[in-house]
Write a protein that binds this ligand. Structure first.
Ligand code: NDP
Ligand code: 8X3
Length: 249
């Protein structure tokens, strides 16, 4: 049986991906800070799920969790680097530095730490890495500032890993979703449920299950195929244009 580790499995895309992988016959190491979310997931999905509750920014806690894996979960074939967040919707000049640091620590530093730690085993097993980037890493928008920067990093890291892992058989993919209705906006707005509800209302956004199905599709492709990048949006979301400031008298 193949083994995956899904970071950020306590909600949204990571939780749906855990369900999808288990449904397709995988066993999954499900991680996230909220142990009270992981416990019911494990109870629901049974012995094919092993949970590890820790803050992904804490490299020592990551080591403890990986060192404590039961034998049957210790050979990891698929790393889904999903844990991540956006904080704030305001322009750079109004943003909080702490929010920027939290996004970089989580979306960039923690992601590379997990990846670095698991790479030797993934090479040994000719495994795969699926990284959650975002359309925000390709297209700028007001308030996207550091969040978009972290996701551009994830996209480019994916491509550079492809180059470095040439000939190893390891597959690496960057998934770049647009709007997915999860707890993402609740987190981004500091818990503003009505802002979150308003954003998604009437828009027919993507669901966490849509992205989970995409990840599962990538994971199930024949070993000679690599999806480098995959940008995916709801039909209801598209592009606005450039803006022009008319400040000249
Ligand atoms: P959710 O907020 O629903 O889920 C985020 C997950 O990340 C949670 O399980 C959370 O777990 C985990 N996480 C965040 N910070 C930490 C931390 N410090 N330590 C451990 N786990 C952490 O959002 P989504 O499911 O939407 O987001 C998943 C990924 O998809 C993110 O990388 C996001 O940037 C990306 N994405 C989302 C889009 C969207 O529109 N929703 C679009 C494009 C990309 P916990 O809080 O329990 O620690
Ligand atoms: C999340 C997608 O468009 O809200 O990564 O930045 S967006």
């Amino acid at each position: 049986m193949k083994t995956a580790i899904v970071t950020g499995a306590t909600s949204g895309i990571g939780e749906a991906t855990t369900r999808a992988l288990v449904g397709a016959g995988w066993q999954v190491i499900a991680t996230g800070r909220r142990a009270d979310r992981l416990a019911p997931l494990a109870a629901e999905l049974g012995e094919r799920v092993h949970t590890a509750a820790f803050d992904i920014r804490d490299a020592a806690a990551l080591d403890v969790a990986l060192d404590a894996l039961p034998d049957r979960f210790s050979g990891i074939d698929l790393l889904v680097n999903n844990a991540g967040l956006a904080l704030g919707t305001v322009p750079a000049q109004a943003a909080k530095l702490d929010d920027w640091r939290t996004m970089i620590d989580t979306n960039v530093t923690a992601l590379v730490t997990v990846t670095h730690r698991l790479l030797p085993g993934l090479i040994e097993r000719k495994g795969a890495i699926v990284n959650l980037a975002s359309v925000a890493g390709t297209y700028p928008y007001t308030g996207g500032n550091v969040y978009g920067g972290t996701k551009a990093f994830v996209r480019q890291l994916t491509l550079n890993l492809r180059a470095d892992l040439h000939g190893t058989g390891v597959r690496v993919s960057s998934i770049e979703p647009g709007m997915v209705e999860t707890e993402f906006t609740l987190v981004r707005t500091g818990g503003d449920q009505s802002a979150s509800d308003t954003l998604y209302a009437g828009s027919d956004p993507m669901t966490a299950e849509d992205i989970a199905a995409t990840i599962l599709w990538i994971a199930a492709l024949p070993p000679h195929l690599n999806v480098n990048t995959l940008e995916i949006m709801p039909v209801s979301q598209s592009f606005a244009g450039f803006q022009v400031a008319r400040t000249k008298q």
